[in-house]
Design a protein around this ligand. Sequence first.
Ligand SMILES: CC(C)(COP(=O)(O)OP(=O)(O)OC[C@H]1O[C@@H](n2cnc3c(N)ncnc32)[C@H](O)[C@@H]1OP(=O)(O)O)[C@@H](O)C(=O)NCCC(=O)NCCS
Length: 173
Amino acid sequence: MPIYALGDLEPDIHPDAYVHPDATVIGDVRIGPHASVWPQTVLRGDNGYIELGARSNIQDGCVVHCTRADPTVLGPGSAIGHAVHVEGARIGSNCLIASGSVVLNGSVIEDGGMVGAGAVLSYNGHVPPGHIALGVPAKIRENTSFGAEQITRVVESYVGRAARFKKELRRLD
Ligand SMILES: CC(C)(COP(=O)(O)OP(=O)(O)OC[C@H]1O[C@@H](n2cnc3c(N)ncnc32)[C@H](O)[C@@H]1OP(=O)(O)O)[C@@H](O)C(=O)NCCC(=O)NCCS
């Protein structure tokens, strides 16, 4: 599993977290219990830090970076879908950052906020609780499309998947 220290900066991965062997984790990255990181995702904590709260997940093919001014913080209990780029944003609990979206520096997604598939939330974007960012550039509206229970279901399904992968994943080549 490519997990790298950078000088004194070392990832801190809870023993109950799951990091897929094909994810890359570098430097000041903190991963909480029952959180999960999926294949081809890169978490690069070389300038500022990245924190993944308990039970949160970052799905396949994501790029997560940060700056000293804007660390990237996710969760607890939130999900980042497939192929998402997050660059220095604070994302609360029970949030979903959906597939293929981009969330730029200084953005804040409050608890229960969502970013829709393919949206670009530009610098210092703000999504209040129960709202969603949609489109390019993203516009914020009340979230009547994807409820809090649906977000919880995504989060919990990944807690379960991570437990299964920890036990059952076998490399065959
Ligand atoms: C946001 C999302 C929930 C919308 O789903 P939907 O079923 O199309 O929702 P609605 O039918 O309620 O659409 C609401 C409005 O948003 C628009 N819209 C929907 N998805 C959009 C998107 N990704 N970008 C921009 N606009 C979008 C619709 O055209 C509609 O516009 P209108 O009210 O002006 O007619 C969906 O695009 C999404 O992001 N799903 C999450 C996928 C994901 O990442 N899952 C987790 C991986 S496990």
